[in-house]
Design a protein around this ligand. Structure first.
Ligand SMILES: [Zn+2]
Ligand SMILES: [Zn+2]
Length: 150
């Protein structure tokens, strides 16, 4: 179990979350590019989560997934910073790790949807790489588990 603190860009929302970190990866799909309004999205997955809002409240938007499920997307209602993603019914919480107070050591163990990665970025992608969605996330979790985590 590890505890993380984080906040949105404007500071209206601050959170503390504890749980078992499962993996950290970057997603280069066009949805993540649009969501982040940047080149890629990152996801830090936690299981057995206890989430405490230290300040503010979260707004939520739910999107349909190609797999048929739904994903709840939670964000600051003031500045719009996306903070958490969670597939409805899943026990795994995905944190947008750029929101962490301490974002050092946020090296992803892999990259998914590399086929749509920005061309300038492709030569720099290290670790496990998948052209699209991986069949499962076992390898990405194993790689995270085997690296030395503080
Ligand atoms: Zn905010
Ligand atoms: Zn994505």
């Amino acid at each position: 179990m590890k505890t993380y603190g984080g906040a949105c860009q404007c500071g209206a929302v601050a959170y503390r979350v504890s749980g078992e970190a499962l993996t950290l990866f970057a997603c280069h799909c066009t949805d993540c590019q649009r969501q982040s309004a940047s080149a890629f999205g990152m996801a830090l997955w936690l299981r057995g989560v206890e989430l405490t809002l230290l300040r503010g409240s979260l707004a939520s938007w739910t999107r349909d997934l190609p797999s048929g499920g739904q994903m709840a997307c939670r964000f600051c209602p003031v500045c719009g910073s996306r903070l958490f993603h969670q597939v409805v019914g899943s026990e795994i919480l995905s944190i947008k790790p750029g929101s962490l107070d301490d974002s050092t050591g946020l090296q992803p163990v892999g990259h998914i949807w590399t086929d749509s990665a920005q061309p300038w970025l492709r030569p720099a992608l290290q670790g496990l790489c998948y052209p699209g969605n991986p069949d499962g996330f076992g390898e990405l979790m194993e790689a995270w588990h085997h690296e030395d985590r503080r």
